[in-house]
Design a protein around this ligand. Structure first.
Ligand code: CAA
Length: 382
């Protein structure tokens, strides 16, 4: 077992760290406060190869692997949780499934510009009445001649307000006898007639990562716009989320690392009862727990990524990493506020932003409860 990054992985980590410190961190508070989509940062990430880290260079990406993606995601999310998830959705919820299930034409025409950061992708699975129970979606695609007609809506779609393409999952087979409903995935250009979007959602955290509801009204699709096999779309969604959950775990790591770093610095400089608060065991124990949980979360996340790179099924490991990293991130950011005392509650110190940003990692790409279900399924059949 090797715990050392390769030279290429280390280089990417350093590049992402420098970029995050120089270009992202100084703007993070403003992005949050204004709920501003960081357009210029998204463009810079494209130029740096961060929008398609694990996509081969022939398809516009950086030609790296999932471990590289994790270390880069952590660095960007450390500076700004909003920017982290924008990167994550394009990388793991859009480029990854197009690479895995897309036709040669889709890879050439759609993957290439999205992996290069010239275009942006998003992922449409969730609906107003279908979140955790994703198979109950209402959006339908019906055969019409050689193509399809798509009707329905998808909500909480991160990147939705700015995306050029969305992967949409729709019911394509609903047996009249009440048999198993089957779904198909499509890549829908956002400028297609019949596609519209709501204004962006107002959220508790990750405010710069705009999400919205997408509406599809009699949208005509060519069969060449189908992603993967007909009626196999649910598996496309699940396999994609196995990868996506690694990205969200990495986002949670970055947010937690930022909170821990700030807490250590604050504990050393803040004095109480005649000495720095870092000299008190009450604070030391908090910092120890935060550091240990973060380390454990990082190891789980890197293991899931390494399994993905090895081509091994990693549903269990991705769920464990996402569950643990997201909940650890919430605990760590909670404790960071406690270490900072009253200042932790004040915007200027930034830890309250990390606390708000961490919270969503326990919800999107499968709630903690869904991760526990996935884990239970695996351990019970072992
Ligand atoms: N890989 C491959 N196949 C899989 C799979 C996986 N990881 N998971 C399930 N499948 C297959 C099953 O084998 C089964 O196949 P058959 O029909 O051939 O038997 C089929 O998919 C259905 O599986 P289940 O019966 O287990 O499905 P279920 O209805 O019980 O649901 C679930 C399982 C895990 C709860 C799933 O619905 C789920 O993950 N829900 C959460 C949804 C979610 O994560 N949404 C996130 C939206 S995206 C987002 O949040 C983006 C963002 O904002 C940033």
């Amino acid at each position: 077992m090797n715990f050392t990054l390769t030279e290429d992985q280390r280089l990417l980590q350093q590049t992402a760290r420098d970029f995050a410190d120089r270009e992202v961190a100084p703007k993070a508070a403003e992005i949050d406060k204004q709920a501003r989509w960081p357009k210029e940062i998204v463009q810079q990430m494209g130029e740096l190869g961060l929008m398609g880290v694990a996509v081969p260079t022939e398809f516009g990406g950086s030609g790296m692997d999932a471990v590289s993606y994790v270390v880069a995601m952590e660095e960007v999310s450390r500076a700004c949780g909003s920017t982290g998830v924008i990167m994550s959705v394009n990388n793991s919820l859009f480029c990854d499934p197009v690479l895995k299930f897309g036709s040669a034409e889709q890879k050439e025409k759609i993957l290439k510009p999205c992996a290069a950061g010239e275009k942006l992708g998003c992922f449409g699975l969730t609906e107003p009445m279908s979140g955790s129970d994703a198979q109950t979606m209402q959006t339908v695609a019906e055969r019409k001649g050689a193509g399809w007609i798509l009707n329905g809506s998808k909500n909480f779609i991160t990147n939705g307000p700015h995306a050029d393409y969305v992967i949409v999952f729709a019911v394509t087979d609903k047996p009249a006898d009440g048999g198993k409903v089957r779904h198909t995935a499509f890549i829908v250009p956002m400028d297609r007639k019949g596609v519209s979007r709501s204004p962006h959602d107002e959220k508790m955290g990750i405010k710069g990562a705009h999400s919205c509801t997408l509406f599809f009204e009699n949208v005509e699709l060519d069969d060449s716009e189908r992603l993967g096999e007909e009626n196999q779309g649910f598996k496309v969604a699940m396999v994609t989320l196995d990868g996506g959950r690694i990205g969200i775990a990495a986002q949670a790591l970055g947010i937690a690392q930022a909170a821990l770093t700030k807490s250590i610095a604050y504990a050393k400089e803040r004095h109480a009862f005649g000495k720095p608060i870092a000299k008190f065991q009450a604070i030391q124990f908090k910092l120890s727990d935060m550091a240990t949980e973060l380390d454990a979360a990082r190891l789980l996340t890197l293991r899931a990524a390494a399994l993905k790179d090895a081509g091994t099924r990693h549903s269990l490991e991705s769920a464990s990493a996402k569950l643990y990293a997201s909940e650890a991130s919430s605990r760590i950011t909670h404790q960071a506020i406690q270490v900072h005392g009253g200042y932790g509650y004040i915007e200027e110190y930034g830890v309250e932003r990390h606390y708000r940003d961490a919270r969503i990692t326990e919800i999107y790409e499968g709630t903690s409860e869904i991760q526990r279900l996935v884990i239970a399924n695996w351990v019970l059949k072992a």
